[in-house]
Design a protein around this ligand. Structure first.
Ligand code: ZN
Length: 379
């Protein structure tokens, strides 16, 4: 699917990455990243078709509210609360778009806010109500905000990068806010290539912002940033957190991040290639040729591992497994996704393919009686 830039509408600019991976439940997915000639935004173009993405979310988007305890105060929630408190925003009515199970709203409510929100997932809405006692509206940002007026604060946490067409959503946010209302958002940030995990251009993220393009999008949709923070504690990439106040009218902005983003993509690609080269070397060091082995996790990081190395040729992958039972019965590169118990009970070694959760998975396997010799680390 061809896409025009969501900020400046240009369809020009160089391709900075091309991805072709097999994704559990979807089959082979291809898309590319383009750096917009007009504003420098890095966006999917051609993009994963929205219907395919919707199927992915419907089947595999995990919602895990914590039933026994209160929801954890995530890094994002903490940054957002700290930012509004630093600007001395008094608690009022907050609406969280893409609220998932209401984990962040739980903590806003505790600080005196009247909370509301929306999500696209009926399952998330059920958990928000039953577990956190928070009532959410089912629907898109535009749908959910139709009946909302004079809100003091609207939050958008890790949603903007998923939106194929953010402008109508931002218009709905602008309209639903009080004249002196604020908009608080967080999204991944193209910065610090040396700390980015492999595969930051993930299938789910159709837009990649940084300070220049995000500011341009906000100015031209009627918001003036009052506080911007880049960094955070996300293990995969830095994030940008912005608090903006509503302006009466949009402001023109012609800023371009083109040079910065092309430099970022070049540095990131070099690092990514070097990382996969190291993984490939390590695979050959730790696995004997044609050794039967299982792969733990069947997510997109595994899809990348299979696409970027010769693991399938070097070893004999017996099967994969994943903690998400919904993935069992599907295949990845024609390999079966098996129940974890079956993999644990078998004699073969288990290769951990997850980059971000490798330590947690290893600890989990140890707790289930898997000896350290059977666990293969590759990063
Ligand atoms: Zn553009």
């Amino acid at each position: 699917m061809q896409r025009r830039c969501v900020i400046c509408d240009s369809d020009q600019g160089p391709r900075v990455a091309g991805i072709n991976i097999d994704v559990c439940g979807l089959g082979h997915v291809t898309y590319a990243m383009r750096c917009c000639a007009g504003c420098g935004l890095v966006l999917q173009d051609p993009a994963v078709p929205p219907e395919l993405m919707a199927r992915h979310y419907a089947h595999f988007a995990p919602y895990n509210a914590f039933a026994a305890d209160e929801p954890p105060l995530t890094g994002t929630s903490l940054r957002m609360l700290t930012m509004i408190n630093a600007q001395s925003l008094a608690p009022g009515r907050v609406f969280d778009v893409g609220a998932a199970t209401g984990g962040m709203l739980f903590h806003f409510r505790r600080e005196g806010w009247q909370v509301g929100g929306s999500d696209l997932s009926p399952e998330a809405i059920r958990q928000a109500r039953d577990i956190n006692g928070i009532s959410l509206t089912l629907g898109s940002c535009e749908e959910a905000l139709t009946d909302q007026r004079d809100l003091d604060l609207i939050t958008l946490s890790h949603v903007l990068e998923h939106m194929y067409t953010p402008r109508p959503a931002l218009a709905a946010i602008h309209q639903a806010l009080a004249p002196d209302g604020h908009f608080l958002l967080e999204t991944p940030c193209l910065a610090e290539p040396e700390r980015c995990a492999p595969g930051i251009f993930s299938m789910e993220h159709v837009n990649h912002f940084e300070q220049i393009t995000l500011t341009r999008l906000l100015h031209t949709t009627g918001f003036a940033p009052v506080s911007i923070e880049i960094g955070g504690d996300n293990p995969l990439y830095p994030v940008i957190t912005v608090l903006a106040r509503k302006m009466a009218t949009p402001q023109p902005d012609t800023g371009s991040a083109r040079d910065n983003n092309l430099a970022f993509c070049a540095a990131y690609t070099a690092r990514d290639n070097a990382l996969w080269h190291d993984v490939q070397t390590r695979l050959h060091d730790v696995l004997t040729p044609r050794e039967p082995v299982y792969i733990w996790s069947a997510g997109v990081q595994t899809s990348q591992l299979l696409a970027r190395t010769d693991l399938m040729q070097h070893a004999r992958i017996v099967g994969l497994t994943d903690r998400d039972p919904r993935k069992q019965g599907f295949t990845l590169e024609s390999l079966p996704i098996l129940p974890p118990d079956e993999v644990i009970a078998a004699p073969h070694r288990i290769l951990i393919a997850s980059y971000s959760f490798a330590q947690g998975i290893a600890a989990d396997l140890s707790a289930r009686g898997v000896t350290p010799e059977r666990i293969v680390h590759i990063y």
